[in-house]
Design a protein around this ligand. Structure first.
Ligand SMILES: Cc1cc2nc3c(=O)[nH]c(=O)nc-3n(C[C@H](O)[C@H](O)[C@H](O)COP(=O)(O)OP(=O)(O)OC[C@H]3O[C@@H](n4cnc5c(N)ncnc54)[C@H](O)[C@@H]3O)c2cc1C
Length: 416
């Protein structure tokens, strides 16, 4: 039996091929499976070559061959595939996945490739898993390669099915909220990217003045909804372009307040599929940190305690004033991740960078903001690598001048 599969992980490195070997095994192609890599050398070349190799012996493949090859893989198995896998891995390039590149658009590291996507229907759920989904379209920096697999479930039970599916295939899970604190490599991310953006619901409890929100609710929208109720406590969050889930994980904050001040509890889903409520004392909260960062758990919901002051106009005025102040002092007009580096008391990262003379410094399309030195902007055409290099350069220069190593607040994902 032959199935088609277009894994973005193919190409460029032996690590990628080794990873792909795992993926192929994960989708049921182990046990004598062969990957036949068809390399067509791109649009300029018409002749095709076929390279037959067992992906598990990929280290034998020469680097040049790898970098030129790898569009499409046909997996031949000498044993019947699990029928659900055969159904799962079928090409369907015409479907629409949010964040997916247009059919003919190229990935940054597969510049001459026409993308083909696959969809997988997870048994027992309404979820579709997509391949080859551009993460540049799903992150505020507007850079980065594709997710090998991508899903954005609409409910907790679909999320649980998704996690179970990924586990059964041995795929690593990366969680994405609004992607407003991420720098994703142009090579993309292996495994399954789970985006929470469809987990959107909000319930106001008038008796307790608590609000319960799904992880995918934009925190800025919640701040406005809460203000309209005349409840204080979230005015500071109005300029933060992330989700509730991302804010809980990052302990997002501004104007001397943060999530830790108002969180009652959060519901987290473990990789084994069980949910649990955790309070702020379980989360190891500190300045922009929590134990949830880089952890195994996925935030699905959060409950916040607000203060009813019965003055919606006043609370909204404070909220608007915060937004106005941010727009005056921070560069919202170009793609960024907000503050790149954590502030390290007693110094503000932005001050250190400015005093090092780096305002306006550019690498490729990435530039240290003239307005706020702790912002690195995509001024148009920046690559993930430009931004990554500029982060490193700023760290180096600041360390030379101040003997302080700035620590990134932005989450850097994938291979650079
Ligand atoms: C213009 C601008 C201004 C900003 N201003 C501020 C600011 O004032 N204060 C501030 O704190 N931040 C600020 N940020 C950064 C960013 O918005 C916050 O860190 C935000 O909380 C990230 O949320 P997100 O949903 O985008 O998370 P993402 O960027 O998608 O993810 C961030 C991290 O959280 C993890 N994650 C996300 N959701 C979940 C989940 N449901 N479960 C488990 N893990 C999850 C991800 O894996 C990743 O490690 C700003 C960003 C921009 C672009």
């Amino acid at each position: 039996m032959t199935i088609s599969y277009d894994p973005p992980a193919f190409g460029h490195s032996q690590t990628k091929l080794a990873h792909c070997a795992q993926t192929l095994e994960g989708i049921g192609a182990s046990g004598g499976a062969l990957a036949k890599i068809k390399a067509d050398y791109g649009v300029a070349h018409t002749n095709c070559i076929d390279v037959k190799l067992d992906v598990r012996s990929a280290p034998d493949l020469k680097e040049e061959t790898q970098s030129q090859s790898t569009r499409r893989v046909e997996i031949s198995s000498d044993r019947p595939l699990d029928p659900s896998v055969a159904r799962e891995v079928k090409g369907s390039a015409g479907s629409k996945a949010p964040g997916t590149l247009a059919k003919s658009k190229s990935l940054p590291y597969m510049a001459d490739t026409t993308l083909k996507r696959s969809e997988i229907n997870i048994p027992g759920s309404k979820c579709l898993i997509y391949t080859q989904v551009s993460l540049a379209n799903l992150t505020s920096y507007r850079v980065g390669g594709p997710a090998e697999w991508y899903i954005d479930p609409h409910s907790l039970s679909d999320l649980q099915q998704t996690v179970a599916w990924a586990r059964s295939k041995g795929l690593a899970i990366t969680v994405l909220g609004a992607g407003s604190n991420l720098l994703v490599s142009a090579r993309g991310l292996p495994g399954l990217v789970v985006c929470t953006r469809n987990l959107r619901y909000t319930k106001f409890d008038q008796e307790t003045s608590q609000v319960i929100s799904g992880a995918g609710v934009p925190i800025a929208r919640l701040a406005r909804q809460v203000a309209r109720q005349g409840w204080q406590g979230l005015e500071w969050a109005v300029g933060i372009p992330g989700t509730v889930g991302g804010a809980v994980v990052m302990n997002a904050g501004a104007h001397k307040s943060s999530i830790a001040d108002i969180l009652v509890s959060t519901q987290v889903l473990s990789q084994t599929g069980t949910t649990e409520k955790q309070g702020p004392s379980d989360l190891g909260y500190g300045y922009r940190t929590s134990v949830l960062q880089g952890g195994e758990s996925l935030v699905t919901e959060a409950t916040f305690q607000l203060q009813p002051v019965g003055d919606p106009v006043g609370v909204m005025a404070t909220t608007n004033a915060h937004l106005k102040q941010r727009h005056a002092t921070q560069p919202y007009h170009l793609p960024s991740c907000g503050s790149v580096f954590r502030n390290q008391e007693p110094y503000k990262a932005g001050w250190l960078i400015e005093q090092t003379g780096l305002k306006g410094y550019k690498i490729g399309g990435a530039q240290v903001s003239e307005l706020h030195a702790n912002f690195i902007l995509n001024c148009g055409g920046a690559t993930a690598s430009d931004i990554f290099k500029l982060i490193g350069y700023v760290q180096e220069q600041v360390e030379q001048r101040w003997s302080i190593r700035l620590e990134p607040e932005v989450k850097i994902m994938g291979e650079f």
